[in-house]
Ligand binder design. Structure first.
Ligand code: VGL
Ligand code: ZN
Length: 194
């Protein structure tokens, strides 16, 4: 890890690092496995600095609108309480990490960790002004979470070495990154800001 040190008004959001999004899962994201260890090192970095860490999880009802059976684009995945919805963290999720359930409403895609959750209230209460975001997937839940964060007025840093894209179309992940950059999002890796 680099010499970057989180400050007191920073928080980390780890998006949907769940079994269904890695190898063997219902909606495996290519490159998903490789980012787990890096995300874990970011979690340790932020917790060690005394900063808040949030882990969102896709937490769908069985008949969620995004599933093919309901006319949606995805195979059933991350059904609340099932093995596929579990976090992948090798070291179990540290107790200090706050878990945010998203995609719970069956009528709504719920890609953003801010949609129908108390994430924004919690961040405001903590005095957080800058958010660091990593996880899965770049072109869906990471993208929507980041765009909502920008809309709520947070400064946002995308942790580029700890994200991976679904890439239904080959460029989707890159397009999402470009769009986030256009909205003022900065990019960082464990080697520093780029
Ligand atoms: C996601 C597709 C469907 C994600 C969630 O976490 O990016 N993608 N549900
Ligand atoms: Zn989902």
């Amino acid at each position: 890890m680099n010499s970057f040190q989180p400050h007191k008004n920073d928080a980390l959001i780890v998006v949907d690092l769940q079994r269904d999004f890695v190898t063997g899962g219902a909606l495996a994201v290519s490159g998903g496995d490789e980012i787990v260890k890096i995300a874990e090192s970011y979690i340790a970095l932020f917790l060690d600095a005394g900063c808040s860490v949030f882990a969102t999880r896709d937490w769908h009802p069985q008949d969620h609108c995004s599933f093919t059976g309901q006319g949606g684009p995805w195979p059933p995945h991350c059904i609340a309480g099932t093995a596929g919805a579990e976090f992948v963290f090798e070291s179990h999720v540290p107790g200090e990490v706050v878990v945010i359930d998203a995609g719970v409403d069956k009528q709504s895609e719920g890609y953003s960790g801010f949609e129908n959750t108390d994430l924004n209230d919690r961040l405001r209460t903590l005095g957080v002004t800058r958010l660091f975001v990593c996880g899965l997937a770049t072109d869906y839940c990471v993208y929507h979470t980041v765009m909502d964060a920008v809309g709520f007025g947070y400064r946002v840093v995308l942790l580029q070495d700890a994200i991976a894209a679904v890439d239904l179309e080959p460029d989707d992940g890159q397009k999402a990154i470009d769009e986030m950059k256009r909205r003022g999002v900065r990019l960082m890796t464990r080697h520093g800001f780029s």
